[in-house]
Design a protein around this ligand. Structure first.
Ligand code: ADP
Length: 301
């Protein structure tokens, strides 16, 4: 099966500075992929290279089998792009914004009209079609941008930090839209985020740091790969127990969940830890890694 996108050994430089450093990444059609990484990691640059906005210095990118350098027009037709900054014409009515985009992508008039009706309906914007964009809430404006990106029926939707500046309820609605697109239309979704909670919603996550892909996989698999890194003790006096453990040379601290003891292979050190405290221990648990742990274990290395 042709991948929705296939990035191989991509390198992008700005002057002498390397922004994307040999990244390979691919997705099958209908997959939701998150690029997770801090600001400056190279996420936007990677998305821009995919959408043909910046040229690779090395490597190769295909979108549904079309090389973005050799066949940029064919590749662009398969891509819908939602930028970080709002790019709507706020003075114009909702449907005019869609109309210009549809014509830009060469949709014939009758096809443009029916497709505009479809996306307005799908994104709950049908009764706002004649309103100027400036009267829309931030959430509706974002949905309009997603609707606009889908007008030419691209198989790949690329979004750069799609929920920045939106409140939690609207963010949830945007995520529900994206999941529905995947489920109903098998649209492949690639988005950049620096929110761990948003990366959890993807089918697969690529952690990007300093231009490198440092880890990738399904969120659950990434968590499984990381062994437990701590023990959590419940005791009759957590403060005293933590002090005893620190005295015995452990990296321990007391917190709301009990006493956290950070160490490698914690499952092998339970007896040793329990022996080091004199206050009664009521429970010992291994702390299961979260996506946070995966992220920090990778980016701090
Ligand atoms: P992210 O999207 O993860 O925040 P970017 O791709 O925007 O990361 O940036 C990656 C690196 O490239 C950063 O060091 C950034 O300063 C640099 N960079 C991004 N865009 C440009 C540009 N147009 N000119 C020069 N350097 C840039």
């Amino acid at each position: 099966m042709t991948p929705a996108f296939d990035v191989r050994d991509l390198e992008v430089r700005y002057g002498g500075r390397i922004a994307v450093d040999g990244v390979s990444l691919r997705a099958r059609p209908g997959e939701i992929v998150a690029l997770l990484g801090p600001n400056g990691a190279g996420k936007s640059t990677l998305l821009e290279a995919l959408s043909t906005a910046v040229a690779p210095d090395r490597g190769r990118i295909e979108v549904f089998g079309h090389d973005v350098t050799a066949e940029p027009v064919a590749a662009r037709r398969r891509i819908g792009m939602v930028f970080q900054e709002q790019t709507l014409d706020v003075d114009l009515p909702v449907e005019r914004n869609l109309w210009f985009h549809a014509r830009l992508f060469g949709l014939p008039r009758t096809r443009a009209r029916s497709r505009i009706d479809e996306v307005l309906e799908r994104f709950g914007l049908a009764d706002r079609r004649r309103d100027p964009v400036e009267e829309l809430s931030g959430g509706l404006a974002r949905r309009l941008e997603i609707a606009r990106a889908l007008l030419h029926s691209p198989g790949l939707l690329i979004l750069d930090e799609p929920t920045t500046g939106l409140d939690p309820e609207v963010r949830r609605a945007v995520w529900a839209d994206l999941a529905r697109l995947r489920d109903d239309e098998r649209v492949t979704v690639l988005y950049a985020t620096h929110y761990l909670a948003e990366a959890e919603l993807a089918d697969s996550v690529a952690i990007i740091h300093n231009g490198l892909k440092v880890r990738s996989g399904a969120p659950a698999v990434l968590k499984e790969e990381l062994a437990a890194t701590a023990l959590i003790l419940s005791t009759s006096d957590d403060e005293a127990a933590a002090a005893e453990l620190v005295h015995a040379g452990f990296d321990a601290s007391s917190g709301p969940g009990g006493v956290l003891v950070r160490c490698a292979r914690p499952e092998q050190r339970i007896a040793e830890v329990v022996r080091a405290v004199t206050v009664p221990v009521t429970e010992v648990a291994l702390r299961e890694p979260s996506l946070d742990d995966v992220y920090f274990a990778t980016t701090e290395a």
